[in-house]
Design a protein around this ligand. Structure first.
Ligand code: BGC
Length: 747
């Protein structure tokens, strides 16, 4: 799996390896951190982080970059001591590449990597939103678009897709990944890998994916970033590994080790997860990079005595590239000379890195052409159209009491909330290569779509409310559209929140707007599920807009006007209150499932279900389901259900099929998504949706890593979301069905 090199390319890699000195091999394992010097002694990544989380505005960042001196480690490159850098300026990439190719002994090209999480120039919805489109073709196309745009700027390696199954909305990084469900996560993973990697019509069209963060990071205790992770093996195998396994099967080239410890061992030094599971069992042929600074942090983590010890443990564990600490380049040579790290381990890492560079075509075409550099100066219309489609399909209508939506084009609208006018808020966390002129704010989009829109900032996630603006908004409009939520800096890395209700004074603002008696439409901009019990009870309309990318304003306006019938679904359950976190639909069963009775698994002071469950989302039309029909074949269950559009307009329904293994040798989830299909139906139209559930996918890994297919009763559900009770029970036997492979146990 993974790297598909020709015989000749393999020979080139081996020939090169045979000529390399130990220092040169270790050089390949070193990703230098581009540091800013001359008054700004801050590593480049930290600056990026500061810009991403809002501590620096984009302008401040650009000013620093314009005035600061940047250390690109040219001398170290010349000595063959650098394998990779994070740079996104194509001219700079070419300049550094020229040193690597023309001035080093062996001319090995550099690989430039970057966090291109949801788009490069054409930023599309954050992953938690895009996964909710349930549109795999779209997910693939947006990834392919990002690959082309970044490759034309010299970036051949994306630190994406982020595949952490995430079930605790307090964790800020839920925004970066495809949500709570392993199956949807795996579907997203496959689509992203295909989109990033598969168009080999030119080396300018593809990049190497980097699956991250391996593994378990999404289960950080209490949703606090970087926190410890403890989980039983069966939870790891059946949930957290699933998207990664799918991505490796799809041919992903590289992966990133996560910051967290898993049952006591940080991934950076965890041989079991890196070598035994990721490389040998799943079959990742490419290389594994550390997370930023993570090797150094092994000392702070208390898993290594000093930097040298951290280098030894990481290299032995199978961590091939050091991101940004220079610990490998400073220590591995002496460790090899002392016999503490094997030359074979260095060769293996170096071979993997060279092979990915070879696969990327960097040896033959190391530079960005002049033409490519200019190609995306202006975003092409087709990229804008794709970003718009993605945004339109990813917004989720949560509530539409009294069919207030869609609004008439000439409705007298008071648009409220400071987020509505912000172009830099539509892009979400981890977007860094966009231009403000390409971003459509909600205010811009609304003015374009409706003829009678007045904007009153009133207040936002931070700061005070303006009473004057609130009363003007309430007096002057016939309907109020309030754009509220989180700033970009409130989700993403290092952005955990202990209270996930609407931040600041926004609840107060809503109360005042509602008190006016005018209909209020709440449009949310946020990077995580929020606890919306008050809003669900008091606001008639709620549209979850996430951070939808450069076309957000148009997409929201199109949905509000009805030009687009909403079809997005939730890829993560929304709790009613923060105290329900972590909350996810596919939790293991208990002997006392929650119910209206005291001695059951529930809280005294919170509902026992999610406010809005996984898979949920409304449309301007309605759909009706028949009972599912299920029949058994040798290798699969044939499932069918009739779905009818019972409303008055055409709409798209995401038909979801879940399964429950009623009794097994270990406790299984109450429901698991197994298949889904999107269907478009005209008013009154009915379609029979037929799917196959392959029996080999109905099993599970036990705590010993063994994949089991156990005969017995299964419930098969078909419905519009994970709360569906529409099911059929069937006895299934697995005679002669091929099993998935087992996982190795930790030694
Ligand atoms: C993040 C990674 C990211 C890396 C490089 C780290 O802080 O955890 O997701 O790829 O920085 O920017």
């Amino acid at each position: 799996m993974g790297i598909d090199l020709t015989k000749e390319q393999k020979n080139r890699v081996e020939e090169l390896l045979s000529k390399m000195t130990l220092t040169e091999k270790i050089g390949q394992m070193n990703q230098e951190s581009v540091s800013i010097v001359g008054g700004f002694d801050v590593p480049f990544e930290q600056l990026i982080e500061m810009m991403t989380d809002g501590r620096l505005s984009k302008e401040e960042f650009q000013n620093i970059m314009a005035t600061a001196e940047t250390d690109y480690h040219e001398d170290a490159i010349r000595e063959g001591k650098v394998g990779s850098l994070m740079v996104q300026d194509p001219e700079k990439c070419n300049e550094l590449q020229r040193i690597a190719v023309e001035e080093t002994r062996l001319g090995i090209p550099l690989i430039f990597g970057l966090d291109v999480i949801h788009g490069f120039r054409s930023v599309y919805p954050i992953a938690i939103a895009e996964a909710g489109s349930f549109d795999t073709d779209l997910m693939e196309k947006t990834a392919a678009m990002a690959a082309k745009e970044s490759r034309s700027a010299g970036v051949a390696w994306h630190f994406a897709p982020m595949l952490d199954v995430a079930r605790d909305a307090r964790w800020g990084r839920v925004s970066e990944g495809p949500g709570e469900d392993p199956y949807l996560g795996a579907t997203f993973a496959r689509a992203k890998v295909r989109g990033l990697q598969n168009d080999h019509s030119s080396t300018e069209n593809y990049v190497a994916a980097c699956l991250k963060h391996f593994v378990g990071y999404g289960a950080c205790e209490a949703g606090k970033d970087y926190n410890t992770v403890s989980m039983a093996n069966h939870i790891l195998y059946n949930n957290y590994l699933v998207p990664f396994k799918a991505a490796v099967e799809e041919g992903a080239q590289t992966a990133m080790a996560s910051f967290n410890d898993l049952n006591g061992v940080p991934s950076t030094v965890n041989k079991w997860v890196l070598r035994d599971i990721l490389k040998y069992s799943m079959g990742l042929n490419g290389f594994v990079v550390s997370d930023a600074n993570a090797i150094k942090e092994c000392v702070v983590h208390g898993i290594a005595e000093d930097e040298k010890d951290a280098a030894r443990k990481s290299a032995v564990a199978g961590l091939d590239m050091d991101m940004g600490t220079e610990i490998y380049i400073n220590n591995l040579e002496s460790l090899v000379n002392e016999g503490k790290v094997l030359v074979e381990e260095i060769d293996d890492a170096c071979r993997r890195i060279l092979s990915v560079k070879m696969w990327l075509g960097l040896f033959d075409q190391p530079y960005v052409s002049e033409e490519a550099m200019k190609r995306y100066e202006e975003i092409p219309e087709e990229h804008k159209a794709l970003a718009l489609k993605a945004a339109e399909e990813s917004a989720v209508l949560l509530k539409n009491e009294g069919n207030i939506l869609p609004l008439k084009k000439d409705a007298k609208i008071s648009l409220v909330g400071t987020l509505a006018e912000k172009k830099d808020e539509v892009v979400g966390a981890w977007a860094m290569s966009w231009k403000e002129k390409d971003c459509v704010s909600i205010l811009d989009g609304m003015k374009q779509e409706f003829s009678n829109v007045e904007y009153y900032p009133c207040g936002g996630p931070e700061g005070e409310l303006s009473e004057d603006e609130i009363s003007a908004a309430c007096n002057n409009g016939d309907v109020i559209v309030a754009v509220l939520g989180e700033t970009v800096a409130m989700s993403g890395e290092a952005a955990s929140r202990a209270d996930i209700t609407l931040p600041g004074k926004q609840r107060k603002l809503l109360e005042k707007l509602i008190a006016s008696g005018k209909p209020v439409v709440l449009v949310l901009m946020n990077g995580r599920p929020l606890a919306l019990s008050w809003e669900a009870e008091n606001v008639p309309v709620i549209l979850e807009g996430w951070h939808l990318g450069i076309q957000m304003g148009n997409a929201i306006a199109h949905i509000l006007s009805g030009k687009k019938n909403p079809e997005g679904r939730l890829s993560s359950s929304f709790p009613a209150v923060t105290g329900q976190c972590p909350i996810y639909y596919n939790h293991p069963n208990t002997g006392r499932p929650a119910g209206n009775f005291k001695f059951t698994s529930r809280y005294l002071d919170a509902p026992f279900t999610a406010l809005y469950p996984f898979g949920y989302g409304l449309s301007y039309t309605s759909f009706e389901y028949s009972d599912p029909e299920v029949s058994e074949e040798k290798d699969a269950l044939d499932i069918s259900v009739k779905v009818k559009n019972t409303g008055e307009r055409e709409g798209v329904e995401t038909v979801q099929f879940y399964m429950q293994d009623v009794a097994a040798s270990i406790v299984r989830p109450v429901k698991e998504l197994k298949v889904f299909e999107k269907v478009s139906l005209k008013p009154g139209e009915e379609k029979t949706v037929k799917v196959k559930l392959f029996k080999k996918n109905m099993g599970f890994w036990n705590n010993q890593g063994k994949y089991l297919l156990e005969d017995g009763f299964f419930r098969i559900y078909a419905g519009s979301d994970s709360a569906t009770e529409n099911c059929k029970e069937i006895r299934v036997s697995f005679d002669d069905v091929e099993r998935l492979s087992d996982y190795p146990m930790e030694k």
